[in-house]
Design a protein around this ligand. Structure first.
Ligand SMILES: Nc1nc2c(ncn2[C@@H]2O[C@H](COP(=O)(O)OP(=O)(O)OP(=O)(O)O)[C@@H](O)[C@H]2O)c(=O)[nH]1
Ligand SMILES: [Mg+2]
Length: 194
């Protein structure tokens, strides 16, 4: 399978899986922690070193379901050659990940502008990752620059999973006009297939 195959057949690759899936696209520069966030959602150990995602990695989260929707993650590679494949036409939301450095902030602002231009209807949620590092920029400062609310996260720390699931519950309730249930997000989303 080549890059051009994925580009040409993107809908076909994702479509059969997308019908009853809520699709979240993880986007951001290489190394900011997209695959680590995928692992946090899957409750699997995060990568210790940076192994760049090649092109695209799709996963359906095990044991998580909201109403009749499984949650599908599109974990895009952030390296320049993979960025050419970024396609959000099947996504219900994009999670824009920053590593909370000044250098990346400028890049994330550019990515945000490009997504807004190409996909004006796509909701975008911004995350400031690597918040435990000593020089991490404050999420509110990042938010001012990119013009969006920014959630803080440490993708390699399992303790942040509940926060992430809480954002997910809000996101899932919104399009249905549902009030956010007063149940822990983990309990609400947990689904154990028989
Ligand atoms: N200190 C710290 N390191 C992190 C955090 N999140 C991810 N990392 C590390 O950052 C490196 C890159 O993480 P990945 O999740 O592979 O980054 P990515 O965005 O998927 O990168 P590409 O696949 O190349 O686009 C890994 O070594 C992770 O362990 C975090 O919150 N804090
Ligand atoms: Mg990756």
């Amino acid at each position: 399978m080549s890059a051009s195959h994925i580009r040409t057949n993107f809908s076909g690759i994702v479509d059969p899986m997308a019908t009853s899936h809520f699709v979240i696209a993880l986007v951001g520069e290489s190394g900011v922690g997209k695959t680590s966030i995928l692992h946090l959602l899957m409750e699997t150990p995060p990568p210790e070193e940076h192994l760049p995602t090649v092109l695209l990695n799709t996963e359906v989260l095990p044991n998580i379901r909201f109403a009749n929707y499984d949650i599908m993650i599109l974990d895009f590679g952030g390296q320049l050659q993979s960025q050419k494949l970024w396609d959000f036409s099947r996504a219900d939301v994009a999670f824009l990940i920053s590593d909370s450095t000044p250098r990346n902030l400028v890049i994330s602002k550019g990515i945000m502008a490009k997504i807004q231009q190409d996909y004006p209807k796509l909701p975008i949620r911004a995350f400031a990752n690597k918040q435990e590092l000593p020089n991490a920029l404050d999420p509110s400062a990042i938010g001012k620059v990119i013009g969006a609310d920014v959630h803080s996260i440490v993708a390699v720390d399992l303790a942040y999973r509940t926060n992430l699931l809480r954002s997910l519950v809000h996101l899932l309730c919104e399009p249905f006009g549902l009030e956010v249930p007063d149940i822990s997000p983990d309990a609400l989303l947990r689904f154990n297939p028989a």
